[in-house]
Write a protein that binds this ligand. Structure first.
Ligand SMILES: [Zn+2]
Ligand SMILES: [Zn+2]
Length: 298
């Protein structure tokens, strides 16, 4: 900020237990306690993978901040980019226009954020990894945050931390602010359905590239592509998975204490049913039965 008045600071993944603004272990309860006399310069907060806008809307003290979502792409894998994103509608796409749209919280210019499902994040629930214990906030509180197996202190998850600081009930929705959409990365969706270990393999990218060349880019596939048009060119289970994720019709086992959440798109019989309908030459029914979690390999 001293170097240029145009520089801005947006705190990243503000709820992560370790080293973040509201982190359960090292953080603060209020933005002012963290930034003190510089608080006035903070106008936006980045919600991180384990929290989404509805969780943040439960704190009236955050009303003055714009919520943004970034990928937190710490690795060199290109498919980590764009897991979360901010969608703008601007006449000109310049640095100043983007900053101004964020600062204004104007839903006409800053349309929505793209969020992974917050349960996908690895600190969503409270728990103790080495004992395999994972509990929702209410249960963690009644256990006094002590692991029922080994009696050590559990790692407090983001959902419990939000619960502690929230002054509004679940489901509170402010008016006139940018919205959000829940998605998961396309390469990981394809990887899961094909039952392969890693999104970097040729088999995954063949499907990925077929969809991209038909629909233009990953977000068009995830947000807009119709089932029938996708199913013409790829395994219909992949088309169906994209639709279910878009419509929030997937189940998740929340992440806890450094363990990523588990996403399940199909029950086994459903995946097989889709394969039969299709005539079954491009992928084996076995892959459906062996479907792995999206997050096994992250
Ligand atoms: Zn980070
Ligand atoms: Zn334990």
């Amino acid at each position: 900020m001293e170097a240029s008045r145009r520089n801005v600071v947006i705190p990243a993944h503000v709820w992560t237990p370790w080293f973040s603004l509201f982190g359960a272990f090292s953080g603060f309860d209020r933005v002012d306690d963290c930034y003190q006399d510089m608080t006035g310069r903070i106008f936006a907060l980045e919600t991180g993978l384990s929290s989404d806008p509805p969780m943040n809307w439960r704190l009236s003290s955050l009303d003055r901040y714009t919520l943004v979502s970034n990928s937190d792409s710490h690795s060199s894998w290109p498919w980590r980019i764009g897991r979360e994103a901010n969608v703008f509608k601007l006449d000109e796409f310049t640095y100043d226009d983007v900053v101004e749209a964020i600062r204004s919280k104007d839903a006409e210019r800053f349309l929505f954020t793209i969020e992974t499902y917050p349960e996908y994040g690895k600190y969503h629930w409270t728990g103790h990894r080495s004992c395999g214990v994972s509990v929702p906030p209410g249960e963690a509180i009644s256990l006094g945050n002590v692991c029922p197996v080994c009696r050590r202190r559990m790692t407090k998850g983001v959902e419990q931390r939000v619960e502690e600081l929230a002054d509004r009930p679940r489901g509170f929705t402010p008016v006139g602010v940018p919205g959000y959409r829940r998605l998961l990365p396309l390469s990981e969706v394809i990887q899961t359905i094909l039952g392969v270990n890693y999104p970097g393999v040729q088999k995954v990218w063949a499907v990925y590239n077929a969809l991209i060349s038909r629909f233009g880019n990953e977000y068009s596939v995830l947000l807009d592509a119709p089932f029938d048009e996708m199913a013409e060119i790829v395994d219909p289970r992949i088309a169906e998975a994209v639709i279910r994720i878009r419509e929030e019709r997937v189940r998740l086992t929340p992440g806890y204490d450094g363990v990523y959440g588990q996403v399940r798109i199909f029950e086994d019989e459903e995946a097989e049913g889709l394969m039969e309908k299709r005539g079954s030459d491009r992928a084996s029914g076995e892959a459906g039965r062996r479907q792995r979690s999206l997050t096994d390999y992250i």
